[in-house]
Design a protein around this ligand. Structure first.
Ligand SMILES: Cc1cc2nc3c(=O)[nH]c(=O)nc-3n(C[C@H](O)[C@H](O)[C@H](O)COP(=O)(O)OP(=O)(O)OC[C@H]3O[C@@H](n4cnc5c(N)ncnc54)[C@H](O)[C@@H]3O)c2cc1C
Ligand code: SF4
Length: 453
């Protein structure tokens, strides 16, 4: 900690987003960067707490006090080494992590101006790549054992990375045409430029990991991976989105959020779709059902596609505003109202709204019948009871996107050498949790194969 009083003298400064009118014209990343002087000043605010709650809150156990200090002193290489001692891909989390560490930062408790750990992380990562501190490790001693990783999302990549560095020959099987999982085919480019994923995959390949694309593995009794590999890691995510089985669901114009988001990311990567296949918000009133992050990504995408308007509805009540809620105290993650860069771009947001029916003409969506509701405490305990309020109304929409989460997958009874991690094991969550889970499973595989030898 270079300046013990910095947290009192320097305010939190976020780099902020590009101006709205500029950023909605393209799919480039919305977030800007601070200059080096300002970035170091931000790093200096870290108090090097005796009990660093940032470290406690991060699923990867980040060492924010240590790398913030190195950053403040201008030792970017040391900062990168400290950062990657716990986080294999800080260039991903530096861009899209909701930063559990910042919510738990002692400065968040004290004056609601936590350290800017996530942005600091992104700055350290990009400097490390630019300055050549990130080099492929090509002298790994092989131990003669083979591991298959199924699914190339953040969980699978983190597991593959650790196992490869431990000396296993790792092959990653991925059903898509490229690696990244939801980093590539869920999260929009305006949050995460896909060149960032490509850069990391090239490094992993140089380090000896083999990627096989277009391989959808079926985990049944005939699955040859169980015998062909010493261990198998299953990191297949949560492929099934929650559906809304209201009348009219079959109308053209009603899609799962990921149908839009994945297709848009593929279009940006050069794929072509016929006019009939193409999902676009251009010139349309758009309704997003689901008030979470996936819904927010649909809003930003709809703006960039040239929609007429966007409305986002959520069946649950509006979360509290601000960050002090006695039911949800620091250092836990605050369940408060979140306004993203996509919301700032323009959106009507409504809560306590139930969807009744999709309405259409000639097979195409024209609107959605909804109704305001309320939640009453359940006298028997458990989930509150939904009660109707007011009259049904119609929200005009030619495109409706269902962003209501994902179902936790079931798994067959696997042989002993199969290990499940990431969202596939825990249900839909966050990139940082998927990566942490991938690392934990790599340690378990190593333990299992070590004992077997
Ligand atoms: C739209 C959207 C936005 C999000 N935004 C954020 C965000 O900003 N920040 C954040 O932290 N989290 C975000 N998340 C959540 C985050 O993306 C996930 O928690 C994370 O990607 C889970 O990682 P995973 O590796 O477990 O699974 P996934 O990323 O889902 O990867 C699973 C991989 O397995 C492959 N696969 C599946 N079945 C098979 C099979 N049978 N054979 C071969 N391959 C298979 C899939 O093709 C995929 O590549 C978002 C999620 C969505 C949907
Ligand atoms: S809790 Fe905040 S101030 Fe304290 S060590 Fe962590 S990042 Fe620094």
């Amino acid at each position: 900690m270079g300046n013990p009083k910095a947290f009192m003298e320097i305010n939190r400064q976020e780099a902020g987003y590009r101006p709205i009118q500029d950023r909605i014209q393209d799919f480039s990343e919305v977030e800007q960067t601070l200059n080096t002087r300002e970035r170091k000043l931000q790093a200096s605010r870290c108090m090097d707490c005796g009990v660093p709650f940032c470290h406690w809150a991060c699923p990867l156990g980040n060492k924010a006090p240590e790398w913030n200090d190195a950053l403040f002193k201008g030792d970017w290489e040391l900062a990168y080494r400290l950062l990657t001692s716990t986080n294999p891909f800080p260039e991903f989390t530096g861009r899209i992590c909701p930063a559990l560490c910042e919510k738990a930062c002692v400065l968040n408790l004290f004056n609601h101006e936590p350290t800017t750990n996530r942005e600091n992380e992104a700055a350290i990562s990009e400097t490390a790549f630019r300055e050549g501190f990130v080099q492929a490790c090509t002298n790994i001693k092989r131990n003669g054992k083979k591991v298959a990783v199924v699914g190339a999302g953040p969980a699978g990549l983190a597991a593959a990375n650790d196992l490869n560095l431990l000396g296993y020959q790792v092959t990653v099987f991925e059903k898509n045409e490229a690696a990244g999982g939801l980093l590539r085919y869920g999260i929009p480019n305006f949050k995460l430029n896909k060149a960032v994923i490509d850069r990391r995959i090239r490094l992993l390949e140089e380090e000896g990991i083999e990627f096989k694309y277009g391989q959808e593995i079926v985990f049944d009794a005939h699955c040859s991976l169980y015998k062909d590999y010493d261990a198998v890691v299953v990191s297949t995510g949560t492929p099934t989105a929650r559906d809304l089985k209201a009348p009219g669901r079959e109308l053209k114009g009603v899609y799962f959020a990921l149908e839009l988001l994945a297709q848009q990311n593929r279009v940006l990567a050069g794929s072509e779709f016929s006019k009939d296949e193409r999902i676009t918000a251009k010139g349309k009133d758009v309704l997003v059902i689901g008030g979470g992050d996936t819904g927010s990504d649909c809003i930003g995408t709809a703006h960039r596609q040239g929609c007429k308007s966007v409305t986002q509805i959520e069946i649950m009540p509006k979360p509290v505003e601000g960050s002090v809620d006695p039911q949800n105290p620091w250092p836990g993650y605050p369940r408060t109202l979140k306004t993203t860069s996509s919301h700032e771009e323009g959106c009507t947001r409504r809560w306590n709204i139930n969807t009744i029916e999709f309405l259409g003409k000639d097979g195409k969506l024209t609107g959605v019948k909804v109704q305001e509701i309320d939640w009453k405490p359940n006298p028997e305990g458990g989930r509150p009871i939904m009660v109707e309020k007011g009259k049904p109304e119609i929200i005009k929409a030619e495109l409706c996107l269902l962003a209501m989460g994902f179902l936790k997958p079931g798994h067959p009874e696997y042989p002993k050498n199969v290990f499940v991690c990431g969202d596939s094991a825990n249900g839909a969550s966050l990139v940082v949790r998927a990566m942490a889970s991938g690392k934990q499973i790599a340690a378990k595989v190593n333990d299992y194969l070590g004992k077997k030898a």
